[in-house]
Design a protein around this ligand. Sequence first.
Ligand code: FE
Length: 358
Amino acid sequence: MKKKKYLIGFLLLLTSLFLAACGSSSKEESSETAGDEKEKNKGEINLYTGRHYDTDQQLYEEFEEQTGIKVNVIEGKDDELIARLAREGEASEADLLVTADAGRLHRAKEQELLQPVDSDVLTENIPEKFRDTDKTWFGLTKRARIIVAHKDRVNKEDIQTYSDLTKDAFQGKVLIRSSSNIYNQSLLASMISIDGEENAKDWAKGIVDNMARDPQGGDRDQTKAIASGEGDVAVMNTYYLGQMLNSEEEEEVKAAEQLEVIFPNQETTGTHVNISGIGMTTSSKNQENAKKFMEFLTEEKAQKEFAEANYEYPVNPNVEASELLQSWGDFKEQDIPLNELGENNDRAIQIMNEVGWK
Ligand code: FE
């Protein structure tokens, strides 16, 4: 009886030792994998981007090869990405935001979603006017907001400035998208900077008076309406013209080929230029690597690929534009710090409402 008790006791002891051993070893193992995973993810950066180009992906891979830092890409619509960042707050996994228009980057800054970045590489590669004075955003690519006119129906000499769009000769002929879009808000904001509020308002009123139709669609749709004869002149960003000329849709190519490219205000204040840009999020957990990526995108090699993916101009002045863009010729840019586009944004929207720009 006594012997049997000892035996049971011994067996229990063995079992518990065995279980303990298993337990501890499996615990160690799992904490080790978690550690590895953490170590592995530690260097990775998460990019929220409004860009959707295959060539961008190649660039991210090149960066990974060069630095060993993986870039996880979350694509979305520009305004939605900013709303998402605001919703996620400090808990956001995002390290970087790439979005179009300085006015939009300014909105992200105002909501305290971006943090300042100190970098000699960035200040060297990006001209001063194309980066935020508080260092929260930096331009990566440039686009011009130009006028296009039907080659045969319009005499190019009659339309050399943004103001020319408001002349009586173009009554019922002007095609331009709605005031809810940031591009026209920024265009008007630039005029507030350059010509003052009163003149900017007169211009906006003149545009509304000359509209061929209530604003509808994007920039490309305005030029299609020229092709169909609804109007003769339109305002558009340069990269849309590049996209249309290289489109797989024959209708787009045809519409684009009928257009005269006009860089407005060459004798005066210059053509409105805006950017797509990048900022480091306030929530970034990998600031060092995020900064490396920002710098990488402004270097000469990356600049060319990044800009050309969307028929844009490189922001780095040492890099040449693509052949197509060069074929449109050099042009004089508006000379204002793009910070002002964001600062004047509220006023621009107000003016558009006042003059009835839908
Ligand atoms: Fe666009």
